[in-house]
Design a binder for this molecule. Structure first.
Ligand code: NAP
Length: 485
């Protein structure tokens, strides 16, 4: 029987005021409805913000280490459900079970990391010029924060927004992506079971179009953290800044990997296949452009084609599958459209490029991992985010040409170089326009304890994750305290 899930508002699981629901469909088997969720509207958002505003003063007054304890407990609860939470994620998002298990583990690590921040929450103590004056800063929570998350990391992204927000003393209204709302619900359930006070965390599902304005217009809202497409993020930015709200946006990418002529080509091919195709290329940090020095272009292509053809595509719950489906039909069509556009503009299809059909494939949104050769910087496939398993291969005449091509896009999320030439690696690290830079590693696969975020049109605002994450969710107050005798 299909499970029905409710919103979590003011410590209660409640149906939407709209009395409407929507299905969460398995993209590997569209016959399977993973769950039915509330198709919320503005009234649900208003109720969630009212509950969050009511709970906020008491939550902020609780000593931060005690706030952290709720996160530790939630981490323990989520860990006890690791297999079922990962299975839920594979069923709703399509990524393979090992990928989903890794993501839930990451969410657990994030809860623990920020649980620990409860006993740190550092601020500054700075000497005064004056006698008997003691100066320091205080970190204060902002109040009620709104979190809007995408489907591609449906557990880790809610966790990396929720955990710093909560430990800093904010209360939260979370709106997860409609394509994968169950993974975030598992974290909310864990926090509830950990005993978090009513109203501190509120979870409202429903289409972004139906609830977005109500979130942005709510007078209790003090900050909005969004991860998703540039199109939606930029619209939210306009609305949020009109009200002088604090805003944090993590958006698209067109992430390059530069392969220099000295690279070990088997290693380079393995690294590129990992970065471009795992999680069906549906990672914001996935590599979508390989920029390769001419001397090694052809031998690298040969190795890439062989490795890509060997990948197993299928239902991520089955053992041995490397790549699951696209998340839905619309994303599948986007992948196929970009492959067609690239060929029309002169790129050469080297392998893949088709929707997989026949047998179990007919029930899902499976697309072959695709290599496109001879891509030039003016082509749309070199400039626009696809968000699927499509890798554009580009020739660079030399290092300078590679740098020019790598930086010649509007995005700046992640970037990699494969080379052991220390001088060029140093130059790359200093000159590449990206927030996340890797050397001899895939562009994707970042760790939870380090700051995360991009530059240029990929991101706006303060960094997420790691020690810098708390800056977004806190406001600094400066105190001058004179002791008199
Ligand atoms: P999306 O369509 O922008 O959706 C993201 C979230 O915004 C969803 O919860 C969505 O709700 C909501 N939303 C949609 N319209 C809204 C509106 N008018 N007001 C308020 N909220 C609204 O993005 P996506 O397709 O889920 O995710 C893919 C994109 O995310 C890619 O571009 C990828 O690069 C980016 N991404 C970036 C990062 C990063 O850290 N830089 C990480 C992961 C993903 P519904 O689901 O109900 O539409």
């Amino acid at each position: 029987m299909t499970s029905h899930y409710l919103n979590f508002v003011g410590g209660q699981w409640v149906p939407s005021h709209t009395k409407r629901t929507f299905p969460d469909i398995n993209p590997a088997n569209t016959d399977e409805v993973v769950g039915v969720f509330q198709a919320s509207g503005p009234d649900d958002i208003t109720a969630a913000f009212a509950a969050a505003a009511c709970a906020q003063p008491a939550w902020a007054a609780l000593p931060a280490p005690r706030r952290g304890e709720y996160l530790f407990k939630a981490a323990e609860i989520l860990e006890s459900q690791l297999t079922s939470a990962a299975t839920d994620m594979t069923r709703e998002e399509g990524k393979t079970l090992p990928e989903a298990t890794g993501e839930v583990k990451r969410a657990i690590n994030i809860l623990r990391y920020f649980g620990g921040e409860g006993s740190r929450l550092f601020s500054y103590q700075i000497p005064s010029e004056r006698e008997n004056v003691f100066c320091f800063t205080l970190r204060k929570p902002l109040g009620v924060v709104g979190l809007i998350t995408p489907w591609n990391f449906p557990s880790a992204i809610p966790a990396w927004k929720l955990a710093p927000a909560l430990v800093a003393g904010n209360t939260v209204v979370l709106k997860p992506a409609s394509l994968a709302p169950l993974s975030a619900l598992r974290i909310v359930e864990a926090l509830e079971r950990a005993g978090i006070p009513a109203g501190v965390i509120n979870y409202v599902t429903g289409s972004g179009g139906a609830v977005g304005d109500a979130m942005l217009e709510n007078t209790s809202l003090k900050a909005i953290s969004f991860t998703g497409s540039c199109e939606v993020g930029n619209r939210l930015y306009d609305k949020a800044t009109r009200r002088r709200l604090r805003v944090q946006l993590e958006m698209g990418g067109k992430n390059p990997t530069v392969v220099l002529a000295d690279a070990n080509l088997d290693f380079a091919a393995a690294t590129l296949v990992n970065a471009a195709f795992f999680s069906t290329g549906q990672k914001c940090t996935a590599c979508s452009r390989a920029i390769v020095e001419r001397a090694v272009y052809e031998p690298l292509v040969e190795r890439l084609v062989a490795r890509t053809r060997a990948l197993k595509i299928g239902n991520g719950l089955e053992a041995g599958i490397d790549i699951g489906p696209a998340v839905d039909e619309s994303q599948l069509n986007t992948d196929l459209e970009y492959i067609a556009i690239a060929q029309r503009e002169g790129a050469k299809l080297l392998c893949g490029g088709r929707r997989l059909t026949g047998g179990a494939y007919d029930k899902g949104f499976f697309v072959e991992p695709t290599l496109l050769g001879g891509v030039t910087p003016d082509m749309r496939i070199a400039q626009e985010e696809v968000f699927g398993p499509v890798l554009a291969l580009m020739v660079a005449e030399d290092f300078e040409d590679a740098m020019r091509q790598a930086n010649g896009v509007r995005f700046g999320l992640s970037a990699a170089i494969i080379s052991n030439d220390i001088s060029r690696v140093h130059q790359f690290v200093n000159r590449i326009e990206a927030g996340l830079i890797t050397v001899n590693l895939p562009t994707a696969g970042v760790e939870y304890q380090l700051p995360f975020g991009g530059t240029k049109e990929s991101s706006f605002g303060m960094r997420e994750q790691g020690p810098l994450a708390l800056d977004f969710y806190t406001e600094s107050r400066t105190v001058y305290l004179k002791h008199t005798v």
